[in-house]
Design a protein around this ligand. Structure first.
Ligand SMILES: [Ca+2]
Ligand SMILES: [Zn+2]
Length: 546
């Protein structure tokens, strides 16, 4: 059986022929028309369709009146034995009561058995296999048996179904499953245009932030499909459970209650802006990689040092992303602190640049530069001062549920804190966080294994202290040597250049010292005060510089 192409009479005036199929409008080359089985003259076609409408092969679905031209456009849906023929739709143009022309497409079908072999429940099972999911929710209102044309001659009886995934409200698809074979004939998303909206939220520490959200189906989501910034950003609420892709939604006015999810979603955007604005970096990998963040991930173990992490590969169950844990019996909320969120973001920057190996000195540098840039971003977006939502030289203070600098890594005076004490080690092991190469720690557990990947956190305080000395100025406790600060902007440039352009997987502490000296030399010159203070800084933390 051949389908017939119907065209507007305007075709003769050069407007072209349109075959409408599966939601697409395809312009057909006029030369094809001559080969098309459109042998009926327009007058015969008009009479034919008028008769088919009368017979009930087409059902009027919508009438649109065009007041300007005084033409009424009537849309008809083709049916076969009472079933919708997918894509069989014609528009009748009527002026002054007279049919002028038709547009659209219809099919000539006969002999199709309209009794399905598969039930809709079996079709749903076929879809679960197809999508590789255990759960799929069927929107019953959207389900119907239809005739699905494949090309001009092949017509299938199909279950048309609208399905959703339980934990992913932005997944909503129309599907067609062959009612005889279970084959998925076609599926497409129903969410065609997500509307960017700007949310206003209150962070965990009562500061107000704006961030991109998406409006879909009267709900706002903490989700941006590259509209506000050129990367896709999704923040999920794991709801004190294992990481899971539960979208965060708000039913009301796109105004969000106080929670660290607000901080995480906003701060990841801030981190993007920092790297893009200062250094022209497009996202984590300079290629606008999608960022997934999981808030409120339950963690049964009291983590030693970091209660948030960046997972660099996507092999895990939840893929690449940022994970913010709610550690058991802890009042810390890592996602509430801008330096902490941006510390994790900066780990990803390391991964996609030097990729410093997460063990020993290279691992401690990986941690160090995350602290440095977490602080640099904090100073870009918050005013300097003490207390919540203020920029300072302490790491992670806003994570604390009542404000204190206790149990936080210090950049101005690392020795004032002991991560070993904070992590609950016996008091004999309460070594201060190092500020000088001579204080580097290497500790073994009772099984003789190196702890903390050979000190990636234990020794991560030396270089952030160097950054503090260079930016702010100060004196190193161990060496007693002083540095005159060159300002945070210049110090940040030097540290960035060393970190991104001069380090490799295996750069160690000495290599980092040389990289920083080379960066200061190249950026500001041999006789500059910046280079002189960089040299003083490297001396202050324990190296001899000529
Ligand atoms: Ca801080
Ligand atoms: Zn870290």
């Amino acid at each position: 059986m051949k389908k017939l192409l119907v065209w507007s009479f305007l075709f003769l005036l050069g407007q072209g022929l349109f075959a409408m199929k599966l939601g697409q409008t395809l312009a057909v080359d006029p030369t094809d028309l001559k080969k098309a089985p459109m042998v009926k003259s327009p007058g015969v076609l008009l009479a034919y369709l008028a008769e088919e409408i009368k017979l009930g092969s087409f059902i009027l679905t919508k009438t649109q009146n065009d007041k300007l031209s005084d033409v009424e456009h009537r849309r008809y849906q083709q049916v076969y034995e009472g079933l919708q023929v997918w894509g069989g739709e014609i528009i009748q143009h009527v002026k002054n009561g007279a049919v002028q022309s038709y547009d659209g497409e219809y099919f000539i079908i006969s002999g199709l058995d309209t009794r399905p072999k598969l039930t809709s429940a079996q079709a749903l099972e076929a879809l679960k296999t197809y999508y590789e999911v255990k759960e799929l929710i069927e929107d019953k209102d959207g389900s119907e048996l239809v005739v699905f044309p494949i090309g001009d001659t092949d017509f299938r009886l199909a279950h048309k179904m609208i399905v959703r995934k339980a934990d992913e409200p932005l997944f909503n698809e129309t599907t067609f499953v062959d009612a005889e074979t279970g084959e998925v004939l076609l599926h497409f998303p129903n969410i065609i245009q997500e509307q960017l909206t700007i949310g206003v939220g209150v962070g965990k520490r009562e500061d107000r932030m704006k961030f991109p959200t998406t409006l879909n189906n009267n709900l706002y989501y903490m989700y941006d499909t590259s509209k506000a910034r050129p990367f896709t950003q999704r923040t999920f609420d794991s709801q004190h459970s294992l990481p899971r892709t539960v979208y965060v939604s708000s039913t009301t006015s796109n105004s969000w209650p106080s929670d660290s999810i607000v901080n995480i979603h906003a701060y990841i955007g801030y981190a993007y802006d920092f790297y893009y604005t200062l250094f022209g970096v497009n996202g984590l990998d300079n290629n606008n990689r999608t960022v997934n963040a999981f808030a409120h991930v339950f963690d049964i173990n009291q983590e030693l040092y970091d209660n948030a992490f960046w997972q660099s590969d996507s092999s895990g169950m939840y893929g690449q992303g940022f994970y913010f844990l709610d550690p058991y019996q802890s009042t810390k909320d890592r996602g509430a602190a801008i330096d902490s969120v941006c510390h994790e973001y900066s780990h990803a920057i390391t991964t996609f640049h030097s990729n410093l190996t997460y063990f020993g000195e290279s691992g401690a540098l990986n941690e160090s530069f995350s602290d440095v840039f977490g602080t640099a971003i904090e100073f870009m977006f918050q005013p300097e001062g003490q207390g919540y939502n203020k920029a300072d030289w302490i790491f992670g203070e806003d994570a604390n549920s009542f404000f204190t600098y206790d149990k936080c890594r210090s950049q101005s005076d690392p020795n004032s804190n002991s991560q070993l004490r904070d992590a609950g080690f016996p008091s004999s092991l309460w070594y201060p966080d190092p500020c000088h190469i001579s204080q580097k720690l290497r500790l073994y557990d009772s099984h003789g294994k190196l702890i903390d990947n050979d000190g990636v956190h234990l020794n991560c305080t030396i270089y952030p202290h160097a950054y503090y000395l260079l930016a702010h100025g100060g004196t190193n406790r161990v060496s007693g040597l002083s540095v005159t600060g060159i300002g945070i902007d210049k110090a940040t440039k030097i540290f960035y250049d060393a970190w991104i352009n001069r380090m490799t997987k295996t750069t160690n502490f000495l290599g980092a010292a040389n990289a920083l000296l080379a960066s200061a030399f190249n950026l500001y010159g041999a006789s500059s005060s910046e280079y002189a203070q960089m040299k003083n800084t490297i001396r202050a933390i324990g190296y001899i510089v000529n």
